[in-house]
Write a protein that binds this ligand. Structure first.
Ligand SMILES: Nc1ncnc2c1ncn2[C@@H]1O[C@H](COP(=O)(O)OP(=O)(O)OP(=O)(O)O)[C@@H](O)[C@H]1O
Length: 692
């Protein structure tokens, strides 16, 4: 009966807890995604839902048999014994059991800690295996089987060693416990049960009938003692059960607490010492973040918003990645966001999307249905091919929005995936799409999703890196043609063609070289800054921040490439203090953008070749057509213009080459200077001996 009740209780608790957690973490406030990165317990939903809740529910329901039933027995038998043995006997029993309980507790090893560390090692071991399973191909390509085998067998060895030592310790402890519970307690029980017999038998007037009564009393006391000991023994295991429960309770409690904190952006008071609290920088901590966000703006506007990597301790200051940004994206203004690896480009996306809080300053953005964020890792949901394209809509919502399957097929054509439905068995086919599609196809599906949703604004974080240049071009052109304002996070310079502005992050060194004559001197590169005049060659002015609403100067992205190459190697790019790197915004030199295409793309030589090849083909095609003389003369003029452009480019490139050589020479000179300085250094003989 008790087991039946336990099972019912366990399943009822489990159902309620699962529903509660799903409601909490999969709400519109998308806390689950925040928690995946910021939960201080570092446990994600999957782990908690998978194992811990089941464990917690069964441990909680077991309390019914391990506490309630022995307690009732203990009270019932205790009252009866008290009647039979009197107050003295009862006090003696209570004293004896309490002291033996304390003794057993003292000799018991800290099982809960040991089990917690075993669970941790087991978790690492399992994650090692899932890591190997998900990267099996890469491991084979690298011939890393032995390495992986060695590292996983190390974890296994560690796990087995700890498990064995826990088993041994438990064995010793159980023997000690059994000696106490089964033998010492029973013997004591017999002695105490016989107490009234000896007490009454000491009188010489006792006759045979009273002896029989005393014997009956002894027999009844003996049984009462046995039941009492059994109940006390079962109650002895309760602390163990509670410890098991406390492990999962702690985890589930902190998990739920984090969920609530993330959802409501509320953090309970810290438990740190007053010194710690005094050192906190409240503004930059999760608990102190001001979170001023308005979501009804026709554009994206950051007013003094620093990009901060949140500290997982909600009371500690996060790491400032980028200095407070003052940046406005108006509808129709397409921006390219650039910067060295790890500078915080994706973090900017996380801040705008609300995944990370706006610590200080003001963030204004469009309502959530007017902006779409496409991260670098393509996400494929569970469901059909259609579901991938319309995610997070479902088919009924798609029909409600006036879309048909034919429209989806049209979108697939735009992203060059028209072959996919036939290959994969139609739009209804259900698969594990993350495994079925290549990286390129997944990225194209994400772009198809963008074209289906048609938001006003889209932030694309390196989401077309695996797509070929020609398809990328079609996609960008299509996005612009349907009125999507693009903010592209990418370092691929040829993408500048599709954007009018650039936000450069991490350029802590303003360009020391004024832009080349090709930019400053000619009509295509007039300065747009209201406070700047064309005669100014002041570099700091050139690199000054573009404040919100102020006109921007124009930059030449080819120089950007060269500078970014240098600055990426610069150790000063991430300042040691918590100030973040600098940034600047500029208008892209459209004349340059229009003509440059891929000529200066330093990371895509293949695309460079294919683009120049297609340009040649286009020209040949044009000439072979039957065209009028005026058209021909127009064509020739444009050809001459192009030749002029090319010449300008050559001149500019030479200049850039010359500047790089100069820089190289400067570095060489500095290096030889340092070498000669080093030669002058006389080392102490003892140091030389030590070095040798
Ligand atoms: N969830 C996170 N947890 C801990 N650190 C993070 C997290 N996300 C980003 N970072 C750190 O913040 C810094 C900026 O990362 P971010 O991904 O924004 O850089 P990025 O400019 O986009 O780089 P990349 O071009 O390589 O993607 C890095 O040092 C990174 O390690």
């Amino acid at each position: 009966m008790i087991h039946y009740l336990e099972s019912i209780l366990s399943s009822a608790i489990r159902t309620r807890l699962n529903v509660y957690i799903s409601d909490l973490f999969l709400s519109n406030e998308n806390s689950s995604f925040k928690s995946a990165k910021m939960d201080k317990t570092d446990k994600n939903i999957e782990q908690v839902l998978k194992g811990k809740i089941t464990k917690f529910c069964s441990a909680l329901s077991l309390l019914l048999s391990s506490i309630v039933s022995p307690t009732i027995d203990l009270i019932a038998f205790g009252v009866q014994l008290n009647r039979n043995l009197g107050v003295n006997g009862s006090v003696l029993i209570a004293l004896f059991y309490t002291s033996s309980f304390l003794f057993l507790k003292k000799i018991s090893p800290s099982f809960e800690k040991l089990i917690a560390s075993r669970d941790q090692i087991e978790k690492n071991y399992k994650s090692d295996y899932s890591h190997i399973a998900s990267n099996s191909e890469e491991i084979s390509f690298n011939g890393g089987e032995n390495f992986e085998k060695l590292s996983s067998s190390k974890s296994l060895h560690k796990l087995l060693k700890l498990s064995l030592s826990i088993i041994k310790m438990r064995f010793k402890y159980v023997i000690a416990e059994d000696i106490f519970v089964k033998y010492i307690w029973s013997i004591t029980g017999y002695i105490l049960g016989a107490y009234p017999y000896f007490k009454d038998g000491s009188s010489f007037e006792a006759d045979s009938s009273s002896s029989a009564i005393r014997m009956r009393k002894f027999a009844s006391n003996r049984w009462l003692m046995l039941y009492f000991i059994d109940a006390a023994g079962r109650l002895m295991y309760t602390p163990k059960r509670l410890m098991e429960l406390s492990g999962s309770t702690d985890l589930i409690f902190s998990f739920l607490q984090t969920g609530h904190a993330l959802r409501k952006d509320y953090y309970p008071e810290p438990f740190e010492s007053s010194d710690d609290i005094a050192n906190l920088n409240k503004d930059l901590s999760l608990a102190g973040a001001r979170r001023v966000v308005y979501q009804n703006f026709n554009g994206i506007k950051l007013t003094f918003v620093p990009i901060i990597l949140p500290n997982i301790n909600p009371y500690y200051s996060g790491k400032v990645l980028i200095q407070p940004l003052v940046w406005t994206v108006n509808p129709g203004e397409n921006w390219l966001v650039k910067g060295p690896a790890g500078v915080g480009k994706s973090s900017l996306l996380k801040t705008i999307s609300g995944l990370w809080p706006t610590f200080t300053g003001i963030l204004e953005k469009p309502p959530s249905d007017e902006i779409m964020y496409i991260p670098s890792r393509s996400y494929m949901c569970m469901g059909s091919l259609r579901d991938q394209m319309i995610y997070p809509h479902d088919q009924s919502l798609m029909i409600e929005n006036g879309y048909t399957d034919d429209d989806l097929l049209e979108i697939l054509k735009i992203v060059s995936l028209d072959y996919l439905p036939e290959k994969e068995g139609g739009l209804n086919s259900i698969k594990n799409w993350s495994n079925s599609l290549t990286d390129e196809e997944s990225q194209k599906i994400c772009m198809a999703r963008l074209f289906y949703h048609r938001p006003k604004f889209a932030i694309l974080d390196e989401c077309t890196s695996a797509v070929s240049y020609s398809v990328e071009e079609t996609m960008y052109k299509h996005a612009k043609s349907i009125g999507i304002t693009l903010i592209t996070i990418s370092n691929r310079n040829y993408l500048a063609v599709y954007h009018e502005y650039v936000l450069r992050l991490g350029d802590s060194h303003p360009p020391s070289i004024p832009s080349s004559g090709a930019k400053r001197g000619n009509k295509s590169s007039k300065l747009l800054g209201g406070n700047l005049n064309s005669s100014s060659s002041n570099n700091s002015l050139y690199a000054r921040r573009a404040w919100s609403g102020e006109k921007l100067i124009s930059v030449d992205e080819s120089e950007e490439i060269i500078r970014s190459n240098f600055s990426e190697k610069d150790p000063n790019i991430q300042p040691a203090n918590n100030l973040g790197v600098s940034w600047y915004a500029a208008r892209l030199n459209t004349a340059y953008s229009g003509s440059q295409n891929v000529f200066f793309s330093y990371n895509s030589p293949i695309e460079k070749r294919s683009a120049s090849h297609s340009t040649r083909n286009e020209r040949t095609l044009a000439v072979s057509r039957n065209i009028s003389s005026s058209q021909l003369s127009n064509m020739l003029t444009s050809k001459n213009d192009r030749a002029d452009d090319d010449k300008t480019e050559i001149v500019r490139l030479r200049r850039v080459l010359f500047e790089r050589r100069q820089l190289y020479q400067n570095c060489q000179d500095r290096l030889s200077g340092i070498n000669s300085e080093l030669e002058k250094v006389v080392l102490d003989q003892r140091i030389i001996d030590a070095l040798e």
